[in-house]
Design a protein around this ligand. Structure first.
Ligand code: SAH
Length: 208
């Protein structure tokens, strides 16, 4: 017997470019329904983004998995996530890295995500309330940074908080008329280089 999350891995993730076994295992082990409101739970394993509180969304599982894979996480890494939302992507990331700091600007979402993560014993995740465009200096530098909202300009603080060799995955809004460009930025000493992954649609990264 397979679980709904295992079927999601087999049907939605493996056939669509998710090949990293650690990422696939993490996706199979996190119960997505626990991060949704009761009325959204029956949709938990559908291949799409879903509404959460405060007009925000929990990303499509495939996008969460491809972002995690693109960040090349290692078990000893420390990760920063911007945009906690429901806490689902933070939970997945916590299975891939040693420690995860996740920042959310909406206090109600942060509090709810923090409760869910605590209840499910994702003990290596810390939720902070704040403006994620400033990063989280206290625990910088980061091996991995995942940004779950679209920026029209890549925040300099996030580039500054990326460790040498670190990877940041971020959707960049190029024009209001087009989908955003999901990118991986890699720090190489004082230089940062990026490559484009694929077009995506995320809620905007707000500042202040
Ligand atoms: N990763 C989430 C989905 C996030 S949706 C999940 O798995 O459920 C994007 C989130 O980014 C929203 O909750 C929004 O409130 C938050 N956000 C937008 N701008 C932000 C900012 N500057 N700092 C922190 N969070 C921000």
């Amino acid at each position: 017997m397979s679980t709904p999350a295992q079927r999601m891995v087999a049907e939605q993730l493996r056939p669509h470019g998710v090949t990293d076994e650690r990422v696939l295992n993490a996706m199979a082990s996190v119960p997505r329904e626990e991060f949704l409101s009761p009325r959204m739970r029956r949709h938990a394993y559908e291949d799409r983004a879903l509404a959460i509180d405060c007009g925000q969304t929990i990303s499509q599982p495939l996008v969460v998995a491809l972002m995690a894979q693109a960040a090349s996480p290692n078990p000893d890494d420390i990760a920063l996530e911007v945009g906690t939302g429901s806490g689902y992507a933070a939970a997945v990331t916590s299975r891939l890295c040693r420690r995860v700091i996740t920042i959310e600007r909406e206090p109600a979402l942060a509090e709810h995500a923090s409760e869910t993560l605590r209840r499910l014993r994702f003990d290596n995740v810390e939720v902070a309330v704040g403006d994620g465009t400033l990063g989280w200096q206290a625990e910088a530098p980061y091996d991995v940074i995942l940004v779950a909202a679209a920026a029209s300009e890549v925040p300099q603080a996030l580039l500054d908080q990326l460790r040498d060799g670190g990877r940041m995955v971020i959707p960049v809004a190029i024009s209001v008329h087009e989908p955003q460009d999901l990118r991986v930025y890699v720090r190489q000493g004082s230089q940062v280089v990026y490559r484009s992954l694929f077009p995506v649609l995320f809620v905007p990264l707000r500042s202040g």
